[in-house]
Design a protein around this ligand. Structure first.
Ligand SMILES: Cc1cc2nc3c(=O)[nH]c(=O)nc-3n(C[C@H](O)[C@H](O)[C@H](O)COP(=O)(O)OP(=O)(O)OC[C@H]3O[C@@H](n4cnc5c(N)ncnc54)[C@H](O)[C@@H]3O)c2cc1C
Length: 310
């Protein structure tokens, strides 16, 4: 019941306007969002690097409506790439194609994304394309393949969602082409025609996709799996599969969201696994924060406590 409500609220303008002007809510947000500025995000990156974790920076902003807004987002991402390179921190950059005009024109979005990825390549910064709702899956994959396969931008990776029925076929093609894939469960509200409605089926698919992608042949092709989950059963399944197949911890990476299960993040680093944290920042934090609330009702309690803290 709560998940659809929170997803609805994440998209409702009236709820956003109420929420973002409420100081205690802004305080609660700081657990999941590094701050509103790039400097704050780089400070958080420094702290996480010191704990042995990499970072992927995510500038919060989705769904632009004009070409000028999309170009401004592309400029912002390019600036982040430059600052990440200059900082010499272990930081990659994640981008959302809806903020780069995907809903206006695919070719236009491709050109903007290519500019960011090529800048990343020149400055040795990895770029990962986030996956949004299923209306955009085909176009997002087309843009990814055009960049990776045709433009030879080997610094670009893509997010894939285990809740979609189509994902197994997509993962096979990505393994063959030596892709870097960030596998997550999927955070959007999808109809049963395109996505597994039951969480148990999503979990089973996530584990099966991990086994499918994490194999010697794919690794020799250059494929890299980023296991993006906070679910200990998924993490244990990945570790077990890697051990059984003599795949060392350097061949894949665990990834989690900033503020979610920080103790588990540290524990995996202590065990010798690679860990990268998705660090969002920027003034457009409202929909991101509400999706995190939708994922875990326990966070609602955390938010309520912050609401009433002096
Ligand atoms: C690095 C990264 C990148 C992502 N990129 C995308 C993307 O591009 N597109 C997309 O659709 N989704 C993305 N996601 C979100 C993802 O799809 C899931 O919605 C999210 O990770 C929760 O799923 P889970 O695998 O952690 O498992 P769940 O089964 O949801 O959670 C497992 C356990 O983890 C803990 N947990 C999970 N979420 C939270 C939370 N918010 N707060 C506190 N505890 C929590 C709880 O203990 C829970 O029981 C990304 C996730 C990560 C980690």
């Amino acid at each position: 019941m709560l998940r659809p409500l929170m997803i609805y609220l994440s998209q409702a303008g009236w709820a956003r306007d109420m929420f973002i002007h409420f100081a205690p809510a802004r305080r609660a947000v700081r657990r999941f969002v590094a701050g509103e500025t790039l400097d704050e995000a780089l400070d958080v990156t420094r702290q996480l690097n010191a704990k042995g974790m990499g970072v992927t920076l995510n500038y919060l902003g989705e769904h632009v409506h004009t070409e000028a807004e999309a170009r401004a987002a592309a400029d912002a991402y390019t600036h982040i790439v430059d600052r990440a390179a200059e900082s010499q921190l272990d930081a990659s950059v994640s981008v959302k194609l809806s903020s780069l005009g995907l809903e206006m024109a695919e070719e236009f979005c491709y050109e903007l994304t290519r500019g960011i990825v090529e800048r990343g390549k020149a400055r040795d910064i990895d770029i990962t394309i986030d996956m949004e709702d299923s209306r955009h899956t085909d176009a997002t994959l087309r843009i990814y393949h055009a960049l990776h396969d045709d433009c030879q931008c080997d610094n670009v990776g893509i997010v894939i969602q285990a809740y979609l029925y189509r994902t197994e076929a997509d993962m096979r093609a990505l393994a063959d082409s030596g892709a870097r894939v960030r596998l997550c469960k999927g955070a959007y509200k999808e109809p049963p025609e395109v996505a597994f409605p039951k969480k148990r089926d999503v979990d089973d698919n996530f584990a099966a996709l991990t086994r499918l992608f994490l194999n010697r042949e794919a690794i020799e092709n250059g494929a890299i799996l980023e296991v993006a989950t906070h679910d200990e059963r998924m993490i244990e399944a990945a570790k077990y599969h890697a051990r059984q197949n003599d795949i060392g911890p350097e061949a894949f990476e665990f990834q989690m969201l900033y503020g979610v299960r920080p103790r588990l993040q540290e524990q995996l680093v202590q065990e010798g696994y690679r860990m990268r944290i998705y660090v969002p920042f920027g003034s457009q934090w409202y929909p991101y924060f509400m999706r995190r609330m939708a994922e875990n009702p326990a966070n609602l309690w955390f938010m309520v406590v912050n609401f009433f803290r002096a």
